[in-house]
Design a protein around this ligand. Structure first.
Ligand code: NAD
Length: 493
């Protein structure tokens, strides 16, 4: 039985500019390769400043009239887009899977999480997001949210549908024109989203897509008409993009990489912990910024660790766990595992050389791997490996575990597995992370709660979804009004 459906013909995606599908001015294109087979499944234009300039100009023109459309009317178009996404959910989930290496079910989960953000954006029409107050006789002050104009989103390979949807549904509903630069590794889901945005009825230029890599990103970051930029990807690029945009006084929120810790204490409930740890490190083959990749075992947890190893050893490569994004990443991760072994850690489960699922022999497969008895001097405890690898480090006390967790430069999430409320609160109170999990391996907040980390996992202020998204893609305008002079006017009147 096939795990996913690969297209018969490669899909030739184009840029979406001013409502038209366009090639790059240079004519350059690059291939899109499926991690399942390492075969070409599509291609994209490789865009540069010559493509970004016209896209931003068209978006700027579109933003002028789009901001004048009342919020409730703008929302109607998003209702249509939501219906179209749900009608096409299998197609979109399959595309997300074949280009990112996820399983079909994981592809679908990402689309559904995107739909949840759409639903949050749909609810904005019913929220009073302004205030008014008579501050002096005859004088009122009013605040209201106004769109920024042209805004852009740069997204990573690991969530082809969800991470773009973290951004554009809220941004366009608030009245901005949005330009998406999807990862060049997973542009096909974005291409389908563009087709559905056009079909939903967004006016030309309100939603645009620019394909490509670094050059396109830098042109967007440097364009003074791009008022705000949301970035999600690795820490080094997040920092560089943040500095570029804020250096010209633009607004930026750039989410970066992560190394998330699971603190497991002896009173942790066994089944919940084994499930939570294994699903967290193998989900999306470990290619999640919220994957818990470092387990800090407090005290003697040998029995529990044996069960984690046993459960992970039974994960079926293909049906239950997908592929690594590309050959180079698979080799890098395998090298990281070897380095840990060379440095004296014990490889309890070795996923290297595992048999590929039948029919997908050419893909980038790596089965779950568990590195035990690691120490803080080893790279596997500090570096984001971004693969299905769990590293275990053992400590004697909870305070040691917290100190170790706090020493990481990243700040996305920490999870604690315990059956005691006071232990959970003790960890949460000391966590320097944006997100905390209690008995849950992937503590991603559901809407309307916002997603966002801290430290080197986030450059800028605020969060990316929920109320954080409203802050990111709008500004608060203050209007002070005086209609008539009062007989007892004071200095303000
Ligand atoms: P990446 O940084 O390589 O790429 C992200 C985006 O930046 C892509 O669109 C890419 O084209 C562009 N890009 C790449 N190099 C660039 C450069 N030198 N200059 C300008 N733009 C550049 O990240 P990735 O490999 O696609 O994604 C994996 C990373 O993303 C991991 O580190 C993961 O933790 C992180 N991530 C973080 C979150 C979060 O919410 N914090 C969510 C998902 C992924």
């Amino acid at each position: 039985m096939s795990l996913v459906e690969l297209p018969n013909e490669p899909i030739a995606a184009k840029n979406l500019v001013a409502g038209e599908w366009r090639d790059a001015a240079s004519g350059d294109r690059m291939d899109v390769v499926s991690p399942y087979t390492n075969t070409v499944i599509g291609s994209i234009p490789v865009s540069a400043a010559a493509d970004v300039g016209p896209a931003v100009a068209a978006a700027k023109e579109a933003a002028e009239s789009w901001r004048a459309v009342p919020l409730k009317e703008r929302t109607q178009t998003l209702f249509r887009f939501r219906e179209l996404v749900l009608e096409n959910i299998d197609r979109m989930s399959n595309l997300a899977a074949i280009e990112s290496g996820k399983t079909f079910a994981e592809g679908k989960a990402g689309v559904l999480k995107g739909v949840e953000i759409i639903e949050y954006a749909l609810s904005l029409q019913n929220l009073d997001i302004g205030t008014t107050l008579e501050v002096s006789r005859g004088v009122t002050c009013e605040t209201r949210r106004v769109p920024l104009g042209v805004v852009a989103g740069i997204t990573p390979f690991n969530f082809p549908a969800m991470v773009p949807m973290w951004q554009y549904p809220i941004a366009v509903t608030l009245g901005n024109a949005f330009i998406l630069k999807p990862s060049e590794k997973v542009p096909l889901t974005a291409h389908l989203s563009g087709e559905l945005m056009v079909e939903a009825g967004y006016p030309p230029g309100v939603f645009s897509i620019i394909h490509g890599g670094r050059e396109a990103v830098e042109a967007l970051a440097d364009n003074p008409d791009v008022e705000a930029l949301g970035f999600v990807g690795s820490t080094a690029v997040a920092r560089a993009v943040y500095e570029r945009v804020t250096g010209r006084n633009g607004r930026a929120l750039c989410l970066g990489g992560a190394k998330n810790h699971l603190l497991v204490v002896p009173d942790a409930e066994e089944d919940v912990t084994v499930d939570g740890v294994v699903s967290s490190f193998i989900g999306c083959a470990g290619q999640r910024c919220m994957a818990a990749s470092l387990m800090v075992a407090v005290g003697d947890l040998d029995d529990l660790i044996d069960k984690i190893v046993e459960r992970a050893s039974k994960v079926a490569l293909g049906p239950e766990m997908g592929a690594i994004i590309d050959e180079a990443s698979r080799k890098r991760i395998e090298g990281d595992i070897q380095k840990a072994a060379d440095q004296g850690a014990k490889i309890r489960l070795d996923g290297r050389g595992a048999a590929a699922p039948a029919g997908y022999e050419g893909g980038n497969w790596l089965a779950p791997t568990i590195i035990d008895h690691a120490s803080m001097e080893m790279e596997c405890t500090t570096k984001e490996l971004f693969g299905p690898v769990l590293t275990i480090i053992r400590v004697a006390t909870l305070d040691e575990a917290i100190a170790l967790q706090s020493s990481t430069p990243y700040g996305n999430a920490v999870s604690v597995f315990t059956s005691r409320g006071d232990v959970a609160r003790y960890v949460a109170d000391r966590a320097p992370t944006g997100m905390v999990g209690v008995n849950i391996g992937v503590p991603v907040p559901r809407e309307p709660f916002s997603f966002g980390g801290a430290k080197a996992s986030r450059f800028g202020q605020g969060d990316m979804t929920g109320a954080g998204g409203v802050e990111l893609w709008s500004r608060v305008q203050k209007i002070t009004t005086k209609w008539s002079l009062q007989p007892d006017a004071n200095w303000m009147s």
